[in-house]
Write a protein that binds this ligand. Structure first.
Ligand SMILES: C[S@@+](CC[C@H](N)C(=O)[O-])C[C@H]1O[C@@H](n2cnc3c(N)ncnc32)[C@H](O)[C@@H]1O
Length: 373
């Protein structure tokens, strides 16, 4: 089934009978088993992301299961990829990140709006088959940097088309998020970088083919809530049984590392400057990467309403180079958490959070579990 035939089908039904018939059309499309069985899928962890907790998921889950017992609501509020939230999919999830590009992905993995998988697949097939010969925002700004000119043209065309289809009512909000997520993961796979966008490789391989895959989305809890807020503001208006915190550890700002994915997700087409071609990111800077981290953390913890607060923080305080040194000291963490409840610490050895050449031994990822008063 082609996108055109889906569009025709939808137009006819919408004209004749309105929104109610539209949803029955969607259900009809979902039933297209042949289409759904013959595509390649990707999962939430098929992306590179600094500090992602995918490899620690078992450790985190076993500690939380043991310490927090039965609970209903799990909040992952510095969620990044959403890897940790994904191990608690049976719970009512509250997921948040300051980056819109992460919010889009969270809407894909944890969102509550119904979507048509067959429709998404038709669009992905259409995008993979497309060949684009004219320039657009992406090729004008990024040709032969992080991606080849050819791939830039394709990325720009796909992102523009998703917006157009959404504005014309042919995609619902969730379907739009799903297609953008598929594009972001496809970009990440072929980007001419070492995993982040602070710089691109000189003489790197630009010839890789951009190929969108279909996200393997698990069943959703319809109570889930997804936010794109500064965490210190958000915690004033939400509550959860378990609040999991995984703040940035050092001075490396995530909006700098992922500016390109953020730019494509937001699609406001801003001016970009410098060799790395970054847009203005002033509103996305995190206090947790600055000397204000301790005060931000104190304010955060004092405002959280939860039975348990679980904090991931490694022991890099004095071990790395300046840039990779942790912004919160263990003494401050303990003082702040002990004012809120009873604290236990769990630890597991883990590769250091450093993208440079430094190879630091004996670093451990720690979990601070605070049972709130
Ligand atoms: C260490 S990463 C989290 C990694 C995540 N646990 C995972 O497994 O992918 C920290 C995240 O916090 C986000 N962040 C930083 N400051 C924030 C703030 N003030 N409010 C909300 N999110 C913030 C960053 O964008 C980044 O995605």
């Amino acid at each position: 089934m082609s996108v055109q035939s889906l569009e025709r089908q939808k137009n006819i039904r919408i004209k004749s009978a309105g929104a109610k018939t539209y949803s029955s059309t969607l259900r009809l499309i979902v039933d297209n088993k042949e289409l759904v069985d013959n595509v390649d899928y990707f999962s939430i962890n098929n992306r590179r992301y600094l500090g992602n907790k995918y490899k620690l998921n078992q450790f985190i889950k076993s500690v939380i299961d043991k310490e927090c017992g039965n609970f209903r609501t799990f909040a992952d509020l510095f969620a990044g990829t959403g890897a940790v939230a994904s191990i608690f999919q049976d719970k009512h999830l509250i997921v948040n990140d300051i980056l819109y590009s992460n919010y889009v992905c969270h809407q894909t993995w944890f969102g509550t709006e119904d979507y048509s998988l067959s429709k998404v697949i038709c669009y992905i097939n259409k995008y993979n088959e497309s060949s684009v010969s004219s320039d657009n925002y992406m090729s004008k700004n990024y040709a032969d940097t992080y991606f080849s000119k050819k791939n830039c043209r394709k990325i720009g065309y796909i992102r523009e088309d998703i917006e157009k289809q959404f504005k014309n009512g042919l995609l619902n909000q969730r379907e739009k998020y799903i297609l953008i997520t598929s594009l972001l993961y496809a970009m990440d796979k072929i980007a001419n970088t070492c995993g982040h966008y602070d710089a691109y490789r000189k003489n790197g391989d630009l010839d890789k083919k951009l190929e969108l895959l279909v996200p393997q989305i698990e069943a959703t809890n319809y109570q889930n809530e997804i936010y794109n807020e500064d965490i210190n503001n958000l915690v004033k208006v939400i509550s959860a049984d378990v609040v999991y915190l995984d703040p940035p550890y050092n001075s490396r700002q995530y909006c700098d590392a992922y500016h390109l994915l953020e730019n494509v997700a937001c699609w406001k087409k801003p001016e970009v400057i410098g060799v790395a071609k970054k847009m203005d990111r002033a509103s996305l800077k995190s206090e947790y990467c600055t000397i204000n981290a301790t005060e931000a953390f104190r304010d955060l913890i004092s405002n959280i309403k939860a039975k348990y607060i679980v904090l991931s923080y490694n022991n890099m305080a004095e071990k790395g180079n300046d840039r990779s040194n942790a912004k919160l000291s263990d003494i401050d963490i303990m003082n702040i958490l002990e004012a809120k409840g009873i604290v236990k610490i769990f630890s597991q050895d883990y590769k250091a959070f450093s993208t440079g050449k430094s190879n630091i031994e004996e670093n451990a990822e720690r979990l601070f579990v605070c049972k709130c008063f």
